[in-house]
Design a protein around this ligand. Structure first.
Ligand code: SAM
Length: 267
């Protein structure tokens, strides 16, 4: 990988970390829900997270003493994760690997965690099969996602879509939810019974500038496939549009968020 590419990935990883972090009390509630869902029957539980990113799900669990296998295919994400986890790495193993080919033996972990991952994998059935392969017979698959409601952010994303469309690129919408439903159906076909629950609802403040940065750094999956030039031109016009439409880009607006956890126990 070229140096320029590597530092662009690292910048994006830091931006991800800064702009998608959970407030500490929310991160704690999510860790508690995951901890409760993992039953290890007297053994010390081993958790594997697929697409661990910069560790917003992993770190609170690691701090609680869980043995953790942190897998990601992006070395920049793992680099930021490792820096953040410094000092609590004793029970952590980093795996620079593809979720579709997990470098672990069959039936070796008590819990597999996947948060905001499936929609990034067109061939998700491979990753799902791998997740089920490495789970112990009493193990649990834990899929997490959040729902975000914020009017100004929706407007910015909508305007970005229009501007990208003017560049001749159409962007697929609703992939997240569709993919989640597909995974659920696949689990049910295997005779499993996924159960979803809302873990926590909270409110955050965000500025239009942060929302624009998140788009510029392509932190949302729907931005990923757009060619760089089309994205750059759309972003330039979007900044100008936002200044004219929203005025002060540093005046915060309120964002409603909810985190959901779907647990599927193998037995
Ligand atoms: N789970 C973390 C969270 O909720 O903050 C990160 C979510 S981020 C949207 C998706 C992560 O999955 C990124 O770190 C990305 O590098 C990783 N990823 C994408 N495709 C992957 C693959 N095929 N194998 C492993 N990791 C992958």
């Amino acid at each position: 990988m070229g140096e320029e590419m590597a530092s662009a990935l690292l910048r994006a990883a830091y931006a991800y970390d800064r702009l998608r972090a959970y407030p500490p009390e929310v991160a704690g509630r999510i860790a508690t829900a995951i901890g409760h869902a993992v039953a290890a029957r007297g053994e010390e539980p081993v958790l594997l997270e697929l697409g661990v990113g910069t560790g917003r799900i992993a770190l609170p669990l690691i701090a609680r003493g869980y043995r953790y296998l942190a897998l990601d295919c992006d070395p920049a994400m793992l680099e930021v994760f490792q820096k953040k986890a410094a000092g609590v790495m004793r029970k952590v193993r980093l795996l620079l690997a593809d979720a579709r080919e997990i470098p672990l033996p069959d039936e070796s972990v008590h819990g597999v965690i996947a948060v905001h991952l499936w929609h990034l994998l067109p061939d998700w059935p491979k990753a799902l099969a791998e997740a089920l392969r490495v789970l112990k017979p009493s193990g649990v698959l834990l899929e997490g996602w959040e729902r975000v409601e914020a009017e100004p952010e929706c407007r910015l994303q909508e305007r970005w879509r229009e501007l990208v469309a003017e560049e001749g690129v159409s962007v697929e919408r609703g992939l997240h939810g569709r993919r989640r439903a597909e995974v659920e159906e696949a689990l049910r076909r295997l005779g499993l019974r996924p159960r979803t629950r809302e873990v926590v609802a909270w409110r955050e403040e965000r500025t239009p500038r942060e929302a624009l940065e998140a788009l510029a750094y392509r932190l949302y999956s729907f931005t990923k496939g757009v060619p760089e030039e089309a994205h750059a031109r759309a972003m330039e016009r979007l900044w100008a549009w936002a200044e004219a439409e929203l005025g002060d880009l540093d005046r915060p607006f309120s964002v409603e968020k909810r985190f959901f956890l779907r647990s599927t126990r193998l037995s």
